[in-house]
Ligand binder design. Structure first.
Ligand SMILES: *[C@@H]1O[C@H](CO)[C@@H](O)[C@H](O)[C@H]1NC(C)=O
Length: 292
């Protein structure tokens, strides 16, 4: 009796551990620990001893930065306060990308808007050089008012996009369905702020108003917890052994799926999976979405 009760408690205990699937809490580190400027260094300002930075965009140039290392799998997170006020025409991006021609890429793109009008968060996934997997959502908060964290969890099983603790998108490994999944090309992490008024806001109708320049986005956090690998590496030395490889990170848990569905139902503007006008046959990986 007593021992079967124990077994019971034990099993329950285990399954509740397996359900606890939030990524490890990111640690704030200074910019210089993990990143270097990519271009227009003079448009990056360091505040708070480099714990925070600003990127600025004016009519001459935008700017950007990139991670020093490249990584195969892990958890990458940034806290960003988007360009406030009239940000129409501007795009602030946070993404992972490999460096070759058949490249893999995981994108967050924040499309600015006129004062008081909502930002759009566009996400995309490229595998083996093939993209066209855009999804667009509105956020449930004003991303210019305070810092929010934007992060990517990437392992052999899935790529999860998080906004704070909410999973807004999952790209499962659908190798079994013939879809390439990023697994053997290390990626660097990038961020940039630039002018994209030919497409970003209301499809390019709203132009950047340079009278309001400079446009400024603010960053902190700079958290990277990944398996660092040389750019040419084909695998990660500690593959399968890190926290993000473990069972509780191989799929979302029930609470996370409910939150994902909440985002899909209430905030989704566009999903390539359901755009029959543009993509005649449903991409194979989209079948997974419907199982949710
Ligand atoms: C900007 O605001 C307009 C009007 O509310 C909206 O239709 C559009 O989706 C918003 N975002 C972008 C990036 O265009």
């Amino acid at each position: 009796m007593a021992s079967s009760l124990l077994v019971c408690i034990c099993v329950l205990g285990l399954s509740s551990v397996a359900m606890a699937a939030s990524p490890r809490k990111p640690i704030d580190v200074p910019f210089q620990r993990n990143y270097v400027p990519t271009w227009a260094n003079d448009h990056i300002k360091y505040i708070n001893g480099g714990n925070e930075i600003t990127l600025s965009l004016d009519k001459y140039t935008g700017t950007g930065f990139q991670s020093k290392g490249s990584y195969l799998f892990g958890h990458f997170s940034m806290q960003i306060k988007m360009v406030p006020g009239d940000s129409a025409g501007t795009v602030t991006a946070f993404y992972l990308s490999s460096q070759n021609s058949e490249h893999d890429e995981i994108d967050f793109e924040f499309l600015g808007n006129r004062t008081g009008q909502p930002y759009i968060l566009q996400t995309n996934v490229f595998t083996g050089g093939k993209g066209n997997r855009e999804q667009r959502i509105y956020l449930w908060f004003d991303p210019t008012k305070a810092y929010h964290s934007y992060s990517v969890l990437w392992n052999m099983y899935q790529i999860v996009f998080f906004v704070d603790d909410v999973p807004i998108r999952v790209f499962k490994n659908s190798k079994d369905l013939g879809v390439r999944f990023p697994f053997n090309q290390p990626m660097k992490i990038y961020s940039s702020l630039w002018n994209a008024d030919d497409w970003a806001t209301r499809g390019g109708l709203e132009k950047t108003n340079w009278a309001n320049a400079p446009f400024i986005a603010t960053y902190k956090g700079f958290h990277i917890d990944g398996c660092e690998a040389s750019v040419e590496a084909k695998f990660c030395a500690t593959q399968g052994k890190r926290w993000w490889d473990q069972r509780e990170f191989q799929d979302l848990d029930g609470v996370q799926y409910r939150r994902l569905n909440w985002v899909r139902q209430k905030y989704t503007i566009y999903n390539y999976c359901t755009d029959r006008a543009r993509i005649a046959t449903m991409p194979p990986e989209c079948k997974r979405d419907r199982d949710v």
